[in-house]
Design a protein around this ligand. Structure first.
Ligand SMILES: Cc1cc2nc3c(=O)[nH]c(=O)nc-3n(C[C@H](O)[C@H](O)[C@H](O)COP(=O)(O)O)c2cc1C
Length: 340
């Protein structure tokens, strides 16, 4: 039986790092989390760099790209690339490191990614994506999934979308997370490509109707739990990006409502901050800065009096050189005193 997740948090470069993922875990113990996109070629460079072997340097560099805390699971590693051999090697690494799934990025429209011939531009070449997915599927027992758009440039007919999905499914892709917007590779930057092309949830719904046996998730513009619930009447899962990052506590009901798991008490601002302290202690002990964690926490307090002052104090204190987990302790205490 296919493992399905009615709710996942979308991969977001510079945002869904290990710290934010642990933050989201305080809110939902069940949803699927994704890493930021990791470029398969970058992993190959580390493996091939013979000078990197000194004093565990190679391991440290891999740890920077692949390291995670077991609490983050279920966790998918998102890969970027168009070379089946490199992607297969990266998939083997994902399995070795303990990831639950690997996901291929066929949705990123950035110029840098396009010049590397991967991301959204691969939608024009379903056979190449199929070759990548087949190599990844053969490389390890991990499920291989694909995240893509509804189309790119003028290649945006429904028939082309179905052809893409059918070709890639036949190669072994187990699930499709569909960003319900086409991408314009010429003329729009990545940010515009997340806002300007209109959202077409109806196209993703139609894809599911026409391919009921495939596992299809909807992504793009999902703002509330209620909206997600409504979409789950039509689709197998929803994937939320910016609204999860900007409003983590909004998703408190995910486990109870979407996973039918009522064991988790609702997270509060204070419990989220306090819950991250053991991680902050480990992180700072290993030489990391508490700022890397605190920068995500500004979004756990919103819409209450004193929120702005609390955020100001947290960012100021966490930015001081040598600051450590005590900053989070103080921030949590302030919230606890006010009952937040
Ligand atoms: C800052 C940022 C970084 C992103 N990085 C990635 C990425 O690394 N891989 C990817 O597949 N999508 C990436 N995306 C796209 C999101 O995964 C998602 O498809 C998009 O934001 C639409 O969903 P949303 O409206 O729920 O945010 C990124 C989006 C944002 C805002």
């Amino acid at each position: 039986m296919e493992q399905t997740y009615p709710f996942s948090v979308a991969p977001m470069l510079d945002y869904t790092d290990r710290h934010f993922r642990l933050l989201m875990r305080q809110v939902s113990g069940r949803c699927l989390l994704y890493t930021e996109m990791v470029v398969a070629r970058a992993l190959r460079h580390i493996l091939d760099d013979t000078t990197a072997d000194r004093a565990g340097e190679r391991q440290r560099r891999l740890e920077r790209l692949l390291g995670f805390d077991p609490e983050e699971r279920p966790l998918a590693l998102q890969l970027g690339g168009d070379d089946p051999a490199l992607l297969a090697a990266a998939t083997r690494l994902a399995a070795d490191w303990g990831y639950d799934e690997v996901n291929l990025n066929v949705g990123c429209p950035s110029e840098k990614v396009r010049l590397g011939r991967f991301g959204a531009c691969l939608m024009a070449d379903p056979q190449q994506v199929a070759a990548c997915v087949a190599a990844m599927a053969a490389a390890s027992p991990l499920p291989v999934t694909v995240k893509h758009r509804i189309g790119i440039d003028h290649r945006d007919s429904f028939a082309e979308l179905v052809d893409f999905v059918d070709t890639v499914a036949a190669a072994g892709a187990r699930r499709f997370a569909v960003h319900a917007r086409k991408a314009w590779l010429e003329g729009l930057d990545p940010k515009q490509n997340r806002t300007v092309p209109p959202l077409r949830w109806d196209i993703v719904q139609r894809l599911k109707q026409e391919r009921p046996r495939l596992t299809i998730e909807l992504n793009g513009g999902l703002e509330t739990l209620e909206i997600c619930q409504a979409q789950l009447h039509h689709l197998d899962g929803v994937m939320v990006g910016r609204a999860a990052y900007g409003h983590p506590l909004r998703w408190n009901g995910v486990d109870a409502t979407l996973f039918m798991d009522t064991n988790r008490p609702a997270a509060r601002s204070s419990t989220v901050v306090r819950g991250l302290i053991p991680h902050a202690e480990r992180w700072c002990r290993s030489g990391g800065r508490v700022w890397a964690i605190a920068r995500h926490l500004v979004h756990v307090v919103e819409g209450v009096s004193g929120a702005r002052a609390w955020r100001g104090a947290l960012t100021r204190d966490a930015g001081v050189r040598g600051a450590g987990p005590e900053v989070l302790d103080a921030a949590a205490r302030q919230l606890e005193e006010r009952g937040y």
